[in-house]
Design a protein around this ligand. Sequence first.
Ligand code: C2E
Ligand code: MG
Ligand code: MG
Length: 671
Amino acid sequence: MGEVMGRIATDDSGAREVTGRTRRLATAGLVGVVLLVSGFAQWAAHATAHSAQRAISTNRLSDGYARAARAVAAEESLERKYRLEPGPEVRARYDAAAAELLAALEQVTRDGSPADQAAVARVRTEHGGYLNAIAAMFAAVDRADTATALQIDDRDVDPSFGLIERLVEGEAERHHQQALDALAELGMLETFISWATPATLLAGMLLVALFSSVLRRVQRQLNQQRERAVHSSLHDELTGLPNRSLLTDRFEQALRTGRRRRTAAGLLLLDLDRFKEVNETFGHQHGDDLLQQIGPRLSAALRETDTIGRLGGDEFAILLPDVEDAGGAELVAERLRASLTEPFVIAGVELNVEASIGVAVSGIHGTDAMALMQRAEIAMYLAKKHSVGVCSYSADLDRGSPGGLALLGQLRRGLDRDELVLHYQPKINLRSGRVCGVEALVRWQHPERGLIPPDQFIPLAEHTGLIKPLTHSVLDTALAQVRSWAAIGLELPVAVNLSARNLVDEHLYDEVAELLAKHGVPAHLLELEVTETTIMTEPVRAARLLTRLHGLGVRIAIDDFGAGYTSLAQLRALPVTDLKVDRSFVMTMDRDPGNALIVHSVVELGHNLGLTAIAEGVETQQSMSALADYGCDSAQGYRISRPLPADAFLEWHARWDPSNVAEAVTAEAGG
Ligand code: C2E
Ligand code: MG
Ligand code: MG
């Protein structure tokens, strides 16, 4: 298992590394695309501006040269014209043309490169000489000295002009070509940018979309990884059930809600019995198979609001966020155990699985989650140790009262070996003195310790599932006894005591009906005794069950009445037939007038409610007379007889003289 966990952890961190790298790459890609697109825009703007600037300056220079070339051409034609028709007007126009050439050259010097400036310098120098020659030639023309004029023209003007013309026109031609080239370059650049811009934008958008989708996918994967990490930190790897920390969290939440709403939360701790053997016999793989099948089985027996968690190994915890009391939680625990009875199929083999369950309920066994979990665990440990199935926490058990713990372990065996015996204590009618019934009181005939009174083992049985088989065995024995007395002509009703857990046991009704039928005992010969506290642990369910039992014809007595807190309204709502006055009042009524008053009041209360009043703990003649005086219907106590084994009871019964009581009562009343 550890190896598997390790592998999962490594796989997971590997995947995380890959997604992390992909995310970094995609982010870098996005930034790259944005830089690329904005870089392109920057370049396009700059290149266009630069190219346009170059075209403009090249053109301006070309213009300058063209202007110079035009001025040179004007100079030539005006020079000829002057020779044909000299005069101040042509001379002025010629001077203007020469000035125009100098202005054009000035422009070229301003706009041009050093090479242009050098070319202009050469033209200027040549032009200077040329102008001198022109001046001399025009002077000869003015003198009408044609021969000299022609001579100057041939010797000085013509060659000089020819050079100037070649220089200027050559430069003008060259710069004109350059201007055309610059314009063509600008045009090409504009064409390139006009298609490259949308193409770049489109490519950029596609790349952005691509990287964004990669980023989104990576983000999704990261989210999933995070969710998986959160889930696996709160759930058990093998079964997928909540783990201890999630369960504790939910438990604390349930406790808080419970405090607000004044409800109780229950915790069941379930541990499979002999799971180690399953592992050893079938191997761990199949052991794991079994563990995986447990959760679904259990959840089928639970409410949706309940939570099952696995605490580790074969230990499960069940949180019941809202239970009525310990009885309710125990009932759920029994249901869970029942849900496991159907065999599990492991490696093709049918396997019977049992579990021990410890129960702790908030408000009864503790208040905080930590304490309750510990207590449920102690209870589970006891349930397992003593093979009792379900065990509720109790401080007595926890303290490990040395006798108690050892006894609990032996009680199950004692039950199986029929070590429980019943003693019968007679009840007599206070008017006739006749025996009107018996109460069956259980004892444990322990092989080493001898006869153990019920106070020492009934509470142990009540904390565990053992009270159910115990009650069943008592009912069985008591009804068999009634049957055998009937066979010798003795018709005596028997009273059997019930515990709180019996009153939440859905099977009790069927068990009672079956046992009555089995022994052929009419229902009115069975009386069930329940104490006030027994009913109050779960009043609604108890009342429902008692009503059904009463419907069978069984009598219902409230035992130890006066010691608890039953309200009269509750008493009226229950299908009760008898009220047994608590023996603590009866035993002391001789010396304590207050208690005598209580006994009297309870008898009257019972009568007013239409119930039969029974006094138990009648130890003296005096109290028996007083009870008869109060109109109490029957009495039970050491004054009449201690609880006796069945055969001793028969002997006692044979010797019992009803008139004793009647006489004693009359005598006492008369005296
Ligand atoms: P309980 O039902 O109130 O039974 C009457 C108890 O009073 C019996 O004690 C009986 O021996 C005792 N008693 C009767 N007359 C006198 C008397 O004159 N003086 C004194 N001091 N005591 C008297 P026991 O047999 O020890 O039973 C104790 C309790 O154990 C019972 O109280 C009952 O609550 C429980 N119990 C006994 N048997 C069963 C059983 O089969 N199932 C269940 N659930 N509880 C049982
Ligand atoms: Mg009783
Ligand atoms: Mg009693």
